[in-house]
Structures are given as structure tokens and as C-alpha cells.
Design a protein around this ligand. Structure first.
Ligand SMILES: NCc1[nH]cc(CCC(=O)O)c1CC(=O)O
Length: 302
């Protein structure tokens, strides 16, 4: 292939991530022409309704997938966190890049840490997982909805609508906004969403030419971790409707997975942890999912 076209959403973060993939591709294949094909998705347009009610995570992929089917693009670059646990038929992941920061970030104009927030402070996040974890640690907080891309959310914080907001550290870092991070909320206290911080490339299933171009961008250790996280989330019926957190790490040949199912309204959480061989990430995901169900997670799932 002399040229490859990468479909991308138009948000600043999506463009950064796709430019990053493009730069890595050019480095791996000197002479290859890499072109970005930016587009808006329904997920970007509808900001006033909960994602779960308008169609879930797939809404951020659909237009990009149509572009690949119609031959207007060869691959699509995504935050893997936003990719549904089961891909649309006819598509597959060509590569998973090395994960950047997996954790959530506490951002505030006046307060240095979550524990410093005064009683009843207003915190913005639309993520049910972040709401459940915030409730679990600080039942007194007032949680308010906050949708939109990273810059929109920061602007709403700066306008004084919230005492603090919580968003992905990776997104802030990629946009050169790391100095806004007051505190990193990390596992096991604050478990991230499956694949948070990881970028993935999607292509048409069986498109071996495209897959070959991305082979050197693939990061096996990250792939093992996110496979365990995504398997656990999938087995629990993972959608945006239920707070589910999953975070795996790889040490040598052992994979460890921490999982959590929560309730955004009450802050009740059920936790599970297990480790297993790196060769069987899906099995580990299954094990932690079963553990969570045995500990009462089924009562929190729809
Ligand atoms: N849901 C939007 C989204 N998808 C990926 C990221 C951040 C980058 C990443 O997790 O890889 C974000 C922003 C956020 O959660 O604050």
C-alpha cells in the first residue's frame, strides 16, 4: 500500500490520537502516505441525553465504520475505552498501542485533592463509574452531569459551575493539559474503565494489508491487559448503563485483574481481584466477573 486513510472523530483528543498513530506509521513505513479523514459522529452531536439511552458507545464508531465499508477510509483510530465490548460484524482491531496513563484525574481551581473538598461540594462527571466511585469515597458530594469533550468540560469547570471535575488523565496529558491535574485517582481506590488510556486501530475484518501496516504499533502487554478488562466487562453486560471498572496489570508472565461493579446512586460497590497466566486474559476476566457476581454484583446489574 502506498497510501492509507485514517478515519477519526474531530475532537481535539481524537485528532491528537490519530496524528500520533499517523506519525508512528510514517516512522515505521518511510514513503507511506498517511491521510486523516475527520468526521463527526452522532455520539459527538447529541450532548443532552445519556449515552446509554441514545445507543451507547457504538455511536462514536458508526460513521467511521461506514466510511471503511464505503472505501473512504482504510482504518479508524479510537480510544479503546469507547469501543463496544463486542465489535460490529465485519470489523476487527488491527492494533492496540501501548497504554498511557490509565488513571482518572481530579481537576479543581481551589482544591488540591478529593479529600480536601468541603462537605457537599459540587463535582462534575457524567461517567456512572466515576459517580459510583466518588459516592463510595465521599457520600456527601453533590454529583452533577458533565458531558462534552475534554476542553468543553474544563471550560465548564473554569466558568465556576463545579468545585471539581474528574476526567481521564490520558486525555489531559495528550492535549498538553497535564498541569491541570491536581490529584491522580488511581487503583485500587479508583479503578479505571476497561482500556482507559489505550488507543486502538480498527479495520475491516480480514484486511491483511492494513493489519500488516499496523503490526509494529501493536503492544502485546497492553493487549493482554485490555483483553482481560474487556472480557470481564463484556461478561457483566458492560454498557454505559452500569458502573463497571476493570484494571489489569502484567508482571512477567502473570496477569492481575481488579474489577468493580457499583451503583452510581448509592455508592455501593462490589470488588473482585484475581491473577492468572498471561496467556489466558479472557479466562481471567471471566473469573473476576464470576467472583463479582458471587459477591452480589448481580443485584446492581439491570
Ligand atoms: N469518554 C470519552 C473519553 N474517551 C477516552 C478518553 C480519554 C483517553 C483515554 O481514556 O484513552 C475520554 C475522556 C475522558 O474520559 O475524560
Amino acid at each position: 500500500m502506498a497510501k492509507i486513510r485514517l478515519a477519526t472523530r474531530e475532537s481535539a483528543l481524537a485528532l491528537w490520537q490519530t496524528e500520533h498513530v499517523a506519525a508512528r506509521l510514517r516512522e515505521a513505513h518511510p514513503g507511506l502516505e498517511v491521510e486523516l479523514v475527520p468526521m463527526t459522529t452522532r455520539g459527538d452531536q447529541v450532548l443532552d441525553q445519556p449515552l446509554a439511552e441514545i445507543g451507547g458507545k457504538g455511536l462514536f464508531l458508526k460513521e467511521l465504520e461506514v466510511a471503511m465499508l464505503e472505501g473512504r477510509a482504510d482504518a479508524a483510530v479510537h480510544s479503546l475505552k469507547d469501543v463496544p465490548m463486542v465489535l460490529e460484524a465485519g470489523f476487527e482491531l488491527a492494533a492496540v498501542l501501548e497504554r498511557a496513563s490509565p488513571e482518572d484525574a481530579f481537576v479543581s481551581a481551589r482544591y488540591q485533592a478529593l479529600e480536601e473538598l468541603p462537605l457537599g461540594a459540587v463535582v462534575g462527571t457524567s461517567s456512572l463509574r466515576r459517580q459510583a466511585l466518588l459516592r463510595a469515597h465521599r457520600p456527601d458530594l453533590q454529583l452533577r452531569d458533565l458531558r462534552g469533550n475534554v476542553n468543553t468540560r474544563l471550560a465548564k469547570l473554569d466558568a465556576g459551575d463545579y468545585d471539581a471535575i474528574v476526567l481521564a488523565a490520558a486525555g489531559l496529558e495528550r492535549l498538553g493539559l497535564a498541569e491541570r491535574i491536581r490529584e491522580r485517582l488511581s487503583a485500587p481506590r479508583f479503578i479505571p474503565a476497561a482500556a482507559q488510556g489505550a488507543i486502538a486501530v480498527e479495520c475491516r475484518a480480514g484486511d491483511m494489508d492494513t493489519r500488516a501496516l499496523f503490526a509494529s504499533l501493536h503492544h502485546e502487554a497492553t493487549d493482554r491487559c485490555v483483553r482481560a478488562e474487556r472480557a470481564m466487562t463484556r461478561l457483566l453486560g458492560g454498557s454505559c448503563r452500569v458502573p463497571i471498572a476493570a484494571y489489569a496489570t502484567l508482571k512477567g508472565s502473570r496477569l492481575s485483574l481488579e474489577g468493580l461493579v457499583g451503583d452510581a446512586g448509592t455508592g455501593k460497590t462490589v470488588r473482585g481481584f484475581a491473577s492468572g497466566p498471561a496467556e489466558e486474559p479472557e479466562r481471567l476476566g471471566e473469573q473476576v466477573a464470576d467472583m463479582l457476581l458471587a459477591r452480589g454484583a448481580d443485584a446492581l446489574l439491570p
